[in-house]
Every structure is written in C-alpha cells, then in structure tokens.
Design a binder for this molecule. Structure first.
Ligand SMILES: Cc1cc2nc3c(=O)[nH]c(=O)nc-3n(C[C@H](O)[C@H](O)[C@H](O)COP(=O)(O)O)c2cc1C
Length: 180
C-alpha cells in the first residue's frame, strides 16, 4: 500500500469518545473550517450550513434537552449511557442541510475528520443528536445556531485532543472486492 501523510490520516482515523478538556487552537479551528468549505458537493450546490460550537455550557444544555427527549435510560451502545451526545469534546461541529443533501453533509464530516486526524486531533461523527435537533423540542437550538429554518441537522462531529486510544474496529474485508 502507499503510505503518505494523506493515506496515513485516512487509515489512522478512528472514533474517539474521550477528550482532554483543552480547547483546540484557533489555527486548528480555521484549518477545520477550511476543510469543511473545501468538501465537494453535488452540482457544487454547497448546501451545508456549518456551526463550530465551542461553548461547553450551550452543549451541556443541548445534552439535557436531548436526554429529556430520548430518555435518560439510554443503552451503552456508543457510550450514550455515560456520555453526552458530544462526548464532552470541546468543539462540536453541526452540519445542517436541506432534506436531500445528507450525502454532501456526510462527505463534509469526513473531510473534517481526516483534516483533524492530520493535526493529531480526535473526532467522532454523531448522527444520534438529530433526534433532538430535528424535533419540535430542538427548534430553539436551530434558532440559536442561526441555521435557516427549513434546514435539518444531518450530522455532527466531535473534535478535540484524544484522551483514549481504542483498539481499531475490525472491518469486513470481503465486502470490498475488485472485479476485472
Ligand atoms: C453516519 C454515522 C453516524 C454515527 N453516529 C454516532 C453517534 O451518534 N454517536 C457515536 O458515539 N458514534 C457515532 N458514530 C461513530 C460510529 O459508531 C463509528 O464510526 C463506528 O463504530 C466505526 O468505528 P471507527 O470510526 O472507530 O472506525 C457514527 C458514525 C457514522 C458514520
């Protein structure tokens, strides 16, 4: 295989659900915002509105609303029994788009993850929070985030300095094949 800075970042990225409390630097933040902006999009519509939130109190209040909606007795899967949806990351990226642009949002999320990996940061992609932000109960947050009214939360990304090193998750090798 060919290993260089880009492929190494792709191969090394893994989901991080424990973060150091230190905030990422403004230079890192700017780099991630640029990585988001440079993501490809269908017909170059650039349909996503993105908010990088670095406000722990706001994220905590969102977490309370999220739990009040989905229930506090949540399963251990993705550590949602102990962690808030943002896994206590100091930066959480909200990616909104109109209904049929989930693909564009997902591609942007991965751009952010790979760029973050390249800077030694950890990330976790978060879909579950959509339960709040796409519900009536979450509308007030969309207004606080200043997102156009018709837009929906598509995906989010936790970003911060990793405070764990999980075992890499196994992959289904046989699902990716060459046909010649
Ligand atoms: C579309 C999508 C939604 C996800 N939603 C969540 C989530 O809500 N909470 C969470 O902790 N992890 C979430 N994840 C992370 C996955 O659980 C993780 O990527 C998967 O277990 C593979 O692990 P890896 O990223 O370390 O390779 C999500 C990942 C994707 C791609």
């Amino acid at each position: 295989m060919i290993c260089n800075a880009v492929t190494n970042a792709v191969f090394a990225r893994q989901t991080i659900r424990a973060y150091k409390p230190e905030q990422i630097t403004d230079e890192m933040l700017e780099t991630l915002m640029h990585a988001a902006k440079m993501a490809p999009s269908g017909r170059n519509k650039q349909p996503c509105h993105v908010r990088f939130v670095q406000n722990g109190a706001m994220l905590h209040d969102m977490h309370i609303d999220f739990k009040n909606l989905v229930g506090w007795d949540t399963p251990a899967y993705t550590r949602s029994d102990t962690n808030p949806f943002y896994h206590n990351a100091p930066t959480f990226v909200f990616i909104y788009a109109d209904g049929d642009c989930a693909m564009d949002a997902g591609i942007m999320a991965e751009n952010i993850c790979i760029a973050a990996e390249g800077m030694g940061l950890g990330t976790c992609i978060v879909g579950s929070a959509g339960a709040l932000f796409n519900d009536e109960a979450g509308k007030k947050w969309n207004e606080k985030l200043d997102v156009p009214r018709a837009y929906r939360y598509q995906i989010g990304v936790c970003v911060g300095y990793p405070d764990e090193k999980p075992e890499p998750k196994p992959r289904f090798d046989e699902r990716i094949r060459v046909i010649r």
